[in-house]
Write a protein that binds this ligand. Structure first.
Ligand code: NAD
Length: 496
């Protein structure tokens, strides 16, 4: 495969980092394959990009919303045309299986179509006034220059979850993608250039988090930060934004759970657990990392899950037989192996996996076997901390109340599933689970773009992405009162 090299995209042009420094992107399934070199940006590059975004803002604010949205629609159409090529690039750059890479691009396409439609809505309200001959309405107003910082696990969908609503809302943006997926980011941004998005509306600055990312968060010209990533970095960004009074929306990690009740359809629960835990090698923010199973069906569930997982082929995501593709990088592989060691020390029992696969075909990549722990208990670190790899653990409970309490016992709250056909247990769970996304008889992973997505507790700070709520991240509400009475009317004081 030929390498594709990209600089930063600032004010409508591709340009090298001012320092001239670059970094490489390599295939996690085959580290000998270099996908390209990219600008390693610093504060000066970020400053140029923010300046371009600031300069572009007044005219973008004045551009009719349907026109803004039309650029998003045209990118959706280009993505459709290039889906196969882009999906293959994604598998090479980030590792996930080709089927999942296609789904990532498809999610981007779906959301771009959805947001393009929002350009013809972008509704506000009209509200009756308490005074006569007075009229109220609300309109959305863009927040200004937005900094968009994204992780590597959904290299097309997550950037579009931010870029598309920012564009429709009238914000101008500086996008800092994850350093593990700069090629996907550059290809996506280049499509916006191709469809003629005016210079400065979307700028891309590639580079490291603690350099380019930190400079973007610190820049006084940025009005809002939209961040998806780890709790650790999210907390730091939140503190900085609080000091500088920047709007900040955070989508962070989680410790998702799947509850299996005695009346669950067992084959469905097992297949969903395997899919939820090991798709994208467990590197989804919604990955099923806890299996909370009722004592009465635990033996059967455990045996069937281990049987299912033992049949998973580990390997390069381009191989259609492969279910478990590599993890993203060496650091992540070490982290996962460390957590497996911690779990063993804490007294959990490895039922399957727990090591690196052996063989020539695994020599050049970051491969791990799928790991299932048994006898995981709520106080263990492996039951509380996000591992973000192909590891899950079974926990024993004796009632739905206990299942809900165990599910809620972590500091995160993104996604939780319950497998049951009992209406009482279903509604108890729906009412009491402290998660932003709850599924009944469906896996913890697989968000759809037309519904709001986000988590409770440490998973975020109350914002939601996807769905109509996406626009809230990038707009302020303006309330407009028009008095056509021709006289001074004093609210709460005028004569009737
Ligand atoms: P990360 O926090 O390491 O990095 C995310 C982004 O932040 C990257 O672009 C990185 O370069 C940047 N960054 C790092 N340090 C920074 C700093 N000091 N200042 C500004 N930016 C900085 O996360 P990751 O490893 O890329 O992604 C995995 C994490 O993302 C997991 O915790 C996962 O749960 C989370 N995630 C959450 C969601 C969600 O919607 N809730 C979705 C996907 C991933």
């Amino acid at each position: 495969m030929t390498t594709r090299d990209f600089g930063n995209f600032i004010n409508g042009d591709w340009a090298d980092a001012l320092s001239g420094e670059t970094f490489e992107s390599r295939n996690p399934a085959d580290l000998t394959e270099v996908l390209g070199t990219f600008a390693k940006s610093g504060a000066a590059d970020v400053d140029r990009a923010v300046q371009a975004a600031k300069d572009a803002y007044p005219s973008w604010l004045g551009t009719p919303v349907p026109q803004r949205a039309d650029y998003v629609l045209r990118v959706a159409l280009l993505l459709e045309e290039r889906k196969e090529d882009l999906s293959e690039t994604m598998t090479r750059e980030m590792g996930k299986t080709l089927k999942e890479a296609r789904a990532d691009v498809q999610e981007g396409i779906d959301f771009a179509h959805y947001m393009a439609g929002e350009g013809r809505r972008f509704f506000g309200d009209t509200i009756p006034a308490e005074l006569s001959n007075k009229f109220y309405m609300t309109v959305r107003h863009p927040i200004g220059v937005a900094g968009l910082i994204t992780p590597w696990n959904f290299p097309i969908a997550i950037p579009l979850w931010k870029i598309a609503p920012a564009i429709v809302s009238g914000c101008t943006s500086v996008f800092k993608p994850a350093e593990d997926t700069p090629l996907c980011a550059a290809l996506l941004v280049d499509m916006f250039r191709e469809v003629g998005l005016p210079p400065g509306v979307l700028n891309l600055v590639n580079g490291m988090g603690d350099e380019a990312g930190a400079a973007l968060v610190d820049h006084p010209g940025v009005n809002a930060i939209s961040f998806t990533g780890s709790l650790e970095v999210g907390r730091m960004i939140s503190e900085k934004c609080a000091r500088s009074m920047k709007r900040c929306s955070l989508e962070l990690g989680s410790k998702n759970a799947l509850i299996v009740m005695p009346d669950a359809q067992m084959d469905l629960a097992v297949e969903s657990a395997a899919w939820g835990a090991f798709a994208t090698s467990g590197q989804r923010c919604t990955a099923t990392s806890r299996l909370i199973v009722h004592d009465r069906v635990r033996a059967e569930f455990t045996e069937r899950l281990v049987d299912r997982v033992s049949g998973m082929k580990v390997g390069n995501g381009l191989d259609p037989e492969v279910e478990l593709a590599p993890v993203i990088n060496e650091q992540q592989k070490k982290r996962v192996l460390e957590y497996i060691g911690v779990g063993r020390q804490e007294g959990a029992k490895v039922l399957i996996g727990g090591e690196e696969p052996q063989g020539e075909e695994y020599a050049n990549g970051h491969f791990l076997t799928p790991t299932v722990f048994d006898e995981m208990t709520p106080e263990m670190r492996i039951a509380r901390e996000e591992i973000f790899g192909p590891v899950t653990g079974i926990m024993n409970v004796e009632s739905v109340e206990e299942a809900i309490a165990v599910a809620n016992s972590v500091d995160y709250g993104l996604s939780c599933s319950i497998y049951t056909h009992d209406i009482t247990n279903t509604f108890k769970a729906v009412q009491q689970l402290e998660f932003g996304v709850i599924y009944v008889n469906a896996p913890t992973i697989g968000a759809e773009i037309q519904v709001p997505f986000g988590g409770m507790k440490n998973t975020g700070n109350g914002h939601r992405e996807a769905g109509p709520q996406s626009l809230d991240e990038f707009t302020e509400w303006k309330t407009i009162g028009i008095d056509f009475s021709g006289k001074l009317q004093r609210a709460q004081m005028s004569e009737p």
